[in-house]
Design a protein around this ligand. Structure first.
Ligand code: BGC
Length: 440
């Protein structure tokens, strides 16, 4: 087999054509309906117990943002009528041992970080105050200020947290560090924060999406359609629903996806996330390169091996951004990996692989966005702003463009009613907005 044949067959197996997109949308709607009715579904459809912002909310809030390898503490000001502003913010890297240790260690680490932030910025620790907590994992809520972790994602595995109320765990740790005056007043997923943050300045915003280490989306639902909720105390007719679309499982898979899933620490789960998000797409490309090496299609002279962990999404991003005629950036990367004499054909093949993997990610993402939009508004008669945050969207070359062109292909003229907009820091800022909406 030649490189070109391999690339051609790869292109075919990764293609998500118009038919597949329409199938995905139909299956997605089916799983949304089931999730809202409380029956077994790959979409959890979690009520967030909050509506969009009116833009009039005011106040100063401390917010926590936990969801990836970094943890952030922020102070956010809502002045009403303008963009929420971050006044202070500090990032803490969560040590691997803490991510995989016990829940008590994890929440103690968070409490210590909050204390450091408050002392560094001279925020009075004795004052009674509410805190907004962005917790970017699937949580089952029955009100705005508590929630039970359903399962970890994105490689987290701290013990003793699943099935527990996150807010209790955090408040117990806060007490241990003399921060007992702080109470969590709002708990929200990062997508919910992102939607809330954008809706503060744009009333047409009704979908929030994260394309980062993980992926997920939420949207504004009519409470009457949330069949599983029954009668609960909730004051608005609309509520944000966290779909947890990363776990959607009716996506066309390849052998590489199966391989990746099999060795992951959550086999069978987060199937859509494993095709789209920053934590996984680099690994899919690496599996393809390894296959090409085994088939002696590339680097047969260099005896190069791509070990797990050696090739990440940021390398993929670098490769796809190489627009030089001789692909010198890719050459530089390969030299760094010990491949001294790569051919242009090998380098081009690497770029093709990355294009194919990221192109599929964008088309599946567009299918997800389209599913949510047509669930809310089948003919796309109204304008919709989609607030998006996350490094894949912000940094990956062509990812945004490919999503937009797929949406145009799916919706032709009605795609003019879809506006994708970046909600920078949405997940951090947003929970302050959520706290304010909940308090209003
Ligand atoms: C989590 C979601 C989260 C998303 C983006 C996924 O792995 O399950 O809750 O919103 O990552 O951070």
């Amino acid at each position: 087999m030649q490189i070109s044949e391999f690339i051609k067959s790869l292109e075919d197996s990764f293609a998500v054509d118009a038919n597949s997109i329409h199938e995905i949308i139909a299956d997605f709607h089916c799983d949304m309906e089931r999730g809202l009715a409380g029956v077994e579904s790959s979409l959890k459809m979690l009520p967030a117990y909050v509506d969009r912002a009116s833009g009039k909310e005011r106040g100063r809030y401390i917010a926590l943002d936990l969801g990836g390898t970094n943890f952030r503490v922020l102070q956010v000001e809502l002045a009403g009528g303008s963009k929420p502003q971050i006044i202070k913010s500090e990032k803490f890297v969560i040590p691997k041992a803490v991510m995989h240790g016990t829940g008590v260690q994890l929440f103690n680490f968070i409490a210590q970080s909050i204390k450091k932030f408050m002392l560094d910025y001279k925020v009075d620790i004795m004052k009674k105050r509410g805190l907004g907590f962005t917790f970017s994992f699937p949580i089952k809520q029955t009100d705005i200020a508590s929630g039970i972790l359903i399962n970890w994602t994105k490689g987290f595995s701290a013990t003793g947290v699943m099935g527990k109320n996150i807010v209790k765990l955090l408040e117990n740790s806060l007490k241990r560090y003399d921060l007992g005056n702080i109470k969590v007043s709002a708990l929200a997923n990062d997508t919910v924060g992102t939607l809330a943050a954008k809706s503060y300045e744009d009333r047409e915003c009704d979908v929030g999406v994260i394309f980062g280490t993980g992926t997920n989306a939420c949207y504004v639902e009519n409470v009457g359609r949330v069949k599983k909720m029954g009668k609960l105390k909730y004051k608005s007719d609309y509520m944000i629903i966290n779909t947890e679309w990363g776990n959607f499982n009716k996506v066309p898979t390849t052998d590489y996806d199966m391989k990746l899933d099999k060795v992951s620490n959550n086999t069978g789960k987060q199937r859509m996330e494993k095709m789209i998000s920053g934590m996984y797409v680099g690994e899919i490309a690496r599996l393809i390169f390894s296959d090409m090496i085994t088939k002696k299609l590339i680097f047969s002279k260099a005896k190069m091996k791509f070990a797990k962990g050696n090739f990440l999404t940021r390398h993929m991003s670098l490769i796809e951004s190489d627009n030089t005629t001789r692909l010198t950036k890719i050459n530089g990367y390969l030299e760094g990996m010990g491949v001294i004499a790569s051919s242009i054909a090998e380098r081009r093949a690497m770029k093709d692989v990355c294009r194919i993997v990221s192109g599929r990610a964008a088309r599946i993402s567009a299918a997800g966005i389209s599913s949510i939009l047509t669930w809310m508004d089948p003919e796309l008669n109204y304008k919709h702003t989609i607030a998006i945050d996350g490094t894949m969207y912000e940094k990956y070359p062509g990812f945004r463009r490919n999503i937009i062109s797929a949406l145009r292909e799916i919706h032709s003229r009605s795609s003019k009613n879809i506006k994708l907009t970046r909600a920078k820091d949405g997940s951090g800022i947003g929970v302050a907005v959520v706290a304010a909406v909940a308090a209003s």
